[in-house]
Design a protein around this ligand. Sequence first.
Ligand SMILES: NC(=O)C1=CN([C@@H]2O[C@H](COP(=O)(O)OP(=O)(O)OC[C@H]3O[C@@H](n4cnc5c(N)ncnc54)[C@H](O)[C@@H]3O)[C@@H](O)[C@H]2O)C=CC1
Ligand SMILES: CC(=O)[C@](C)(O)C(=O)O
Ligand SMILES: [Mg+2]
Ligand SMILES: [Mg+2]
Length: 347
Amino acid sequence: MAKINFGGVEEEVVTREEFPLEKAREFLKDEVIAVIGYGVQGPGQSLNMRDNGFNVIVGQRKGKTYDKAVRDGWVPGETLFEIEEALEKGTIICFLLSDAAQIELWPTVKKYLTAGKALYFSHGFGVTYKDQTGIIPPDDVDVFLVAPKGSGTSLRRMFVEGKGLNSSFAIYQDASGKARQRAIAMGIGVGSGYLFETNFYKEVTSDLTGERGTLMGAIQGIFAAQYDVLRANGHSPSEAFNETVEELTQSLMPLVAENGMDWMYANCSTTAQRGALDWWKPFRDATKPVFEQLYNSVKAGEQANISITRNSQSDYREKLEEELKELRESEMWRAGTAVRSLRPERN
Ligand SMILES: NC(=O)C1=CN([C@@H]2O[C@H](COP(=O)(O)OP(=O)(O)OC[C@H]3O[C@@H](n4cnc5c(N)ncnc54)[C@H](O)[C@@H]3O)[C@@H](O)[C@H]2O)C=CC1
Ligand SMILES: CC(=O)[C@](C)(O)C(=O)O
Ligand SMILES: [Mg+2]
Ligand SMILES: [Mg+2]
């Protein structure tokens, strides 16, 4: 593992130089990798592994998603199967159903986890909250995770562009004595940039916090607050949306991504720099209690409980869609649709 200094803290990480694709392919050459579920991570991971030359099959129940798998080039009876058939054929079972659906399918999966196989997750959820999920793997299988730190959609897009999304990996159970190599080889195979090590508990607590926090929940909250204040003070939707979202995603975040926050600041006016340097701390102080509340709720298992309860209801998709629609139909995001339609590259 490469020792890298992350802001003063040394960590050991796995890079693609040290564990090249050929080594991963060689290590997994006798495995049948069965990707169970073809939602968001399923397509990203399975297509990347297929293009990387791994022996991959997909297990998906019949329906719209199955048809999508066919359109993506998976061949029924050869590389695409009903879930149980794929579970039987697979030696590494990638359990990529939604976390709530994993509970329902677990008894079936367990039946096919014979000695020597491996159970692969992309989240620490099922195993960490085993009291709530009932997911307790048998002792004679390897159990590990590779968790891409981003959407399966980006995992695939970045792979196609020759980039890599970073992933964490963790070993929960090493029955074969090769679990670690198996996990790392899988991590390279799905198209990770670099891999950093964690454990199941830390993966799930950080991930649930991140997506509820800055990555998804907090960002929408802070957008909505600023947009509302601008609108209440007589600014037009165009002005409010551009000053809240469009400028951030189109101009400023790419600069942050490229070279960090100070680089983005340095490429803005000294007027903006003065103001941002004065105001970031009050924003930190105002939101920190909410982040603490969030982390404590994750730690107490409440967020897992809510997610399981709500996403196990038979109409959970419709319910989620209703709430997404509410966002989509808010003035801010309708303004966003109009703004995006005016981007020159869209014409
Ligand atoms: N969505 C993402 O990009 C990310 C997801 N993850 C993790 O990856 C795993 C998979 O997540 P997603 O790809 O979002 O899953 P998803 O919500 O897109 O669902 C995946 C599949 O589950 C199938 N499914 C749902 N209920 C079923 C049932 N009762 N029986 C059989 N099949 C059923 C659906 O047909 C779909 O193909 C989860 O552990 C998630 O936390 C991790 C990182 C990012
Ligand atoms: C994309 C990702 O990593 C998330 C936000 O944690 C998720 O989809 O669960
Ligand atoms: Mg995540
Ligand atoms: Mg997540």
